[in-house]
Design a protein around this ligand. Structure first.
Ligand code: FAD
Length: 388
C-alpha cells in the first residue's frame, strides 16, 4: 500500500489529504505541520478572529474525529528540516524519519520582515499564534501604526479602528493596495478608512524614531515562499517551487501546491505564485487527482476577497494586464463591478458589494465567454445569459 506524506497543514495541505480520501485513496496519509493547532482557516485571522466575532473553534476546518475517522494521521508541532529524495524519506527536527512514496509540499509562505529599531512592540500576522498575540496586544495598545497598505495591513487597520483605536497606516506607494487594485478602488478604500478615523500616510516611510511614538507596530509588507526545503533537496525553485500543470515538481513523486508553488497560470498568461485560498484548494485537488492517476491540468479561475468595514471586495481573474474596462452598478453607493478587457475578451472583474456579479464573472471567465461592454453596463442584463 502506498503512502502520501504532506508537509504543511494549511489550506492546501489539508485539502489534498481530504481530497485523496474523497477520491478513494486507500493508502497511508500523514499530514505534518510545524504548528501545534488542528488545521484552521487563515483569512479570518485579520478579520472575524481579530474583531472578536470568531473563536479558534470557528476557524478549524474539521474536528479531530474527522481526521481519525478518515485515517489521516496528523503529526502536529513537527518541523520537517530535510528531504532525502534518493531514499524517499523526510527528516523532522525531532530526528524522526518519515518514509514516503509520494510527497506533497504545502509549506506556504512566511512574512517579509522589516528591520526596525524601536522601543515599541513590532508584530506580524501570518498564523494563529501571531493572531492570538496581536489580538491581546491590540487590547492594550491605543496608538497603532500599521506598516503596509495592502490587504492584511488594511484589514487589521479596519478591525483596530472599529475597536476605537487610533490607527495610522503607513504606505510607501502613492495609493492603497496598488499592486492589485485600480486607482478608483484604492480611492474608495482610502476614503472609507479616513471616515473611520484612520490616518493614512501615502508615499511615506517613517524613521525608527518616529515609529517609537506608537504603542504597537504591525507590519504587513508581503510574503516569501517557503521553498528552502525543496531547494536543498535539489528541486527547481524560482519564486516558489516550480511545478507543471499537474502540480508536479522537477521530481516526479513530489508535488507542490498553494502559496509555495510557482505554476503557469493560464489567466495570468505567465508563471506566478498566487496567495489565495482558491489557489491552495484548487491546486490541492489537481495534485490529489494526479496522484490517483487522473491527469487534469490546473485551469481554475483565480479569485480573492477582502472585507474592510462595510466594503466587501471580490476579485475574479487577474486584473494587472488590461486595455479596456466597463463599469456596472452604482459607483456613488459603493455597489459596482469593474469588468476588465484585453483584446476584447474579459480577463478579470472586481466587484464591490455586488456578490452576484462576482459569481457570474467566475463562471464567464471559466467558460471564456464573450460579453460586450454594453451588456456589462446594462444593469437589467443577466450576465450569465451569454452562457446559454
Ligand atoms: P499556509 O496556509 O501558509 O500553510 C502552510 C503551512 O505549512 C503552515 O502551517 C506552515 O507553518 C507549515 N510549514 C511550512 N514549512 C514547514 C515545514 N518545514 N515543516 C512542517 N510544516 C511546515 N486568502 C484569500 O483568498 N482571501 C483572504 O481574505 C485572505 N486573507 C488572509 C488573511 C491573513 C491574515 C493571511 C495570513 C492570509 C490570508 N489569505 C487570504 C491568504 C491565504 O490564507 C493563503 O493563500 C493560504 O493560507 C495558502 O495556503 P497554503 O496551505 O499554501 O499555505
Amino acid at each position: 500500500m502506498s503512502s502520501v506524506v504532506i508537509i504543511g497543514a494549511g489550506h492546501a495541505g489539508t485539502q489534498v489529504a481530504v481530497s485523496l480520501r474523497e477520491m478513494g485513496f486507500e493508502g497511508k496519509i500523514q499530514l505534518i505541520a510545524d504548528e501545534p493547532h488542528l488545521p484552521y482557516q487563515k483569512p479570518p485571522l485579520s478579520k472575524g478572529f481579530l474583531n472578536g466575532k470568531q473563536t479558534v473553534e470557528n476557524l478549524l476546518f474539521r474536528n479531530e474525529k474527522f481526521y481519525d475517522d478518515n485515517q489521516i494521521e496528523l503529526v502536529l508541532g513537527e518541523e520537517i528540516v530535510a528531504i532525502d529524495v534518493e531514499n524517499k524519506i523526510v527528516k523532522a527536527e525531532s530526528d524522526k524519519s518519515i518514509p514516503y512514496d509520494t510527497l506533497v509540499l504545502a509549506t506556504g509562505a512566511r512574512n517579509r520582515k522589516l528591520s526596525i529599531e524601536t522601543k515599541c512592540e513590532v508584530l506580524y500576522l501570518r498564523d494563529l499564534t501571531d493572531a492570538q498575540r496581536l489580538k491581546s496586544a491590540l487590547e492594550n495598545a491605543q496608538n497603532i501604526a500599521i506598516i503596509g497598505g495592502g490587504f492584511i495591513g488594511l484589514e487589521v487597520a479596519a478591525s483596530a479602528a472599529e475597536a476605537g483605536k487610533n490607527v495610522t497606516v503607513i504606505e510607501a506607494q502613492d495609493r492603497l493596495m496598488a499592486r492589485v487594485l485600480p486607482p478608483v478602488l484604492s480611492e474608495i478604500f482610502l476614503t472609507r478608512h479616513q471616515e473611520m478615523g484612520v490616518k493614512v500616510l501615502l508615499n511615506t516611510k517613517l524613521s525608527s524614531e518616529e515609529l517609537s511614538a506608537f504603542d504597537l507596530i504591525v507590519v504587513g509588507i508581503g510574503v516569501l515562499p517557503n521553498q528552502e526545503l525543496a531547494a536543498a533537496a535539489g528541486l527547481e525553485c524560482h519564486n516558489g517551487i516550480v511545478v507543471n500543470e499537474y502540480q508536479m515538481t522537477s521530481n516526479s513523486v513530489i508535488y507542490a501546491i498553494g502559496d509555495c508553488a510557482n505554476h503557469f497560470n493560464v489567466f495570468a498568461d505567465k508563471r506566478c505564485r498566487l496567495e489565495s485560498v482558491q489557489n491552495a484548494v484548487d491546486q490541492a485537488k489537481i495534485a490529489a487527482s494526479h496522484i490517483l492517476g487522473n491527469a487534469i491540468p490546473y485551469h481554475a479561475v483565480p479569485w480573492f476577497w477582502t472585507n474592510q468595514y462595510d466594503l466587501k471586495l471580490q476579485m475574479a481573474g487577474i486584473n494587472t494586464d488590461y486595455d479596456n474596462y466597463a463599469f456596472r452598478g452604482d459607483l456613488g453607493a459603493n455597489r459596482f463591478s469593474i469588468f476588465y478587457y484585453k483584446n476584447e475578451k474579459i480577463v478579470a472583474a472586481d466587484s464591490l458589494n455586488r456578490p452576484a456579479d462576482h459569481l457570474a464573472a467566475r463562471k464567464l471567465l471559466q467558460a471564456g465567454a464573450t460579453l460586450s461592454k454594453e451588456q456589462v453596463q446594462d444593469i437589467n442584463f443577466k450576465l450569465t445569459d451569454v452562457l446559454n
